[in-house]
Design a protein around this ligand. Structure first.
Ligand SMILES: Nc1ncnc2c1ncn2[C@@H]1O[C@H](COP(=O)(O)OS(=O)(=O)O)[C@@H](OP(=O)(O)O)[C@H]1O
Ligand SMILES: [Mg+2]
Ligand SMILES: [Mg+2]
Ligand SMILES: [Mg+2]
Length: 355
């Protein structure tokens, strides 16, 4: 069976959807019970937040994946080291109770719920990635800041074979099922398999629609909500030149909105670095599922110079900095050109400012 035959990755797709759905149930429960009280949030070394929800969702997804595909490595965002520290015992207990509350979430029995096996399940995501292998990426909560705000966040899973993303599944509990009709409610899962198209289903698995399906009336540039993650002034310059309007949104929900037709461009540009700091290296779990969703919806995604994205370098994406995704291929070329002009103007300003 070739990588793109109609039956390819059918088992993987069903397992991945089940894993993402279970993880979404966990994150919704955690939000309702814990996050609203603003408890149990840790600051990672890079000062980004991690919550009971991130750990619990990664434990659930890794457990489902390891049960189905014991030999597949997993590249997951989170690690359990902080949970092993005595000072975080309360957080650890919260994670255990969040994952074990219902047997259907995959960590049901007393034995399986024990602290050791939970930490082990989280640490199954410690693979280093690389070029010549089959591996999963897991971002248990993408847009943790959005999750904490009650805004958009995404539970993200992808399968990569020999550096090519072949399957992407993104759960967005807070996204409207229909962009123009709030009455239909919230909660979607977006699914793409290489060569088989991209689809949206509801969180409960009903109402499959092929992407894109929503006729975009206004032309939006989807950008990070978090200003530290992107170059907002540069994106404004590009948007103005192309007569587009910026729309800030947390997480890979941006890729999902673009794939269904709710915008013109996904644009992410590296934030300016200060004090000789190295630029941020993007992570494969933040873009692998979103990139296949865009491509299978008929769109194009590259880095900001028009170079293809590289998912076989390790956990990071190396020199791939800044991302441009569009559903309209002609627009993609115009965005890349507009970025070059905007960068040129920015550089010229800096040179003028330096005495
Ligand atoms: N400095 C910097 N530059 C670029 N990207 C960064 C940076 N720091 C973090 N991250 C990663 O950004 C992920 C969140 O994605 P977005 O920026 O698209 O959404 S958001 O506006 O922050 O919600 C976020 O994913 P999560 O940690 O899963 O939330 C990070 O992996
Ligand atoms: Mg994070
Ligand atoms: Mg992320
Ligand atoms: Mg995350």
């Amino acid at each position: 069976m070739s990588l793109t035959s109609p039956e390819a990755f059918s088992v993987e797709k069903h397992v991945a959807i089940a894993a993402v759905r279970r993880a979404c149930l966990v994150t919704c429960t955690v939000f309702n019970q814990l996050v609203r009280d603003r408890t149990d949030i840790l600051q990672k070394e890079d000062e980004s937040p991690v919550t009971v929800g991130d750990y619990a969702a990664q434990a659930v997804i890794n457990t489902v994946l390891k049960n189905a595909f014991p030999n597949d490595p997993i590249v997951g965002e989170e690690g359990a080291d902080a949970l092993r520290q005595g000072s975080n015992a309360r957080l650890r207990e919260r994670v255990i109770s969040s994952t074990g509350e219902k047997a259907q979430w995959g960590l049901g029995s007393e034995h399986e719920r024990s602290s050791g096996s939970l930490l082990k399940a989280i640490d199954e995501g410690n693979d280093t990635g690389g070029p010549n292998k089959r591996m999963w990426t897991v971002d248990p909560i993408d847009g943790t800041k959005g999750f904490l705000r009650g805004g958009q966040y995404a539970v993200c899973l992808s399968l990569i074979v020999n550096s090519q993303v072949v399957l992407g599944v993104i759960g967005c509990p807070n996204i409207q099922i229909h962009p123009a009709n709030p009455d239909e409610g919230k909660g979607c899962i977006f699914v793409a398999v290489r060569g088989q198209g991209a689809f949206q289903i509801t969180l409960s698995g009903t109402g499959a629609v092929k992407l894109p399906y929503f006729p975009s009336e206004t032309s939006y540039v989807l950008q990070s909500e978090e200003p530290k993650h992107t170059n907002i002034p540069l994106i404004k310059r590009v948007s103005d030149e192309l007569n587009l309007t910026e729309w800030g949104m947390d997480s890979q929900a941006k890729y999902c909105c673009l794939a269904r037709g709710e915008g013109a461009v996904y644009l992410r540009m590296p934030a300016p670095t200060v004090g000789g700091k190295q630029p941020y290296e993007e992570r494969i779990w933040d873009h692998a599922p979103g990139s296949i969703l865009i491509e299978e919806a008929g769109g194009k995604i590259t880095d900001s110079e028009g170079t293809p994205l590289r998912f076989g370098l390790g956990r990071g994406m190396g020199e791939n900095r800044g991302f441009v995704a569009t559903v309209d291929e002609e627009l993609h070329g115009r965005v890349v050109s507009a970025i070059k002009r905007a960068q040129f103007t920015e550089d010229a300003k800096k040179t003028k400012a330096t005495p």
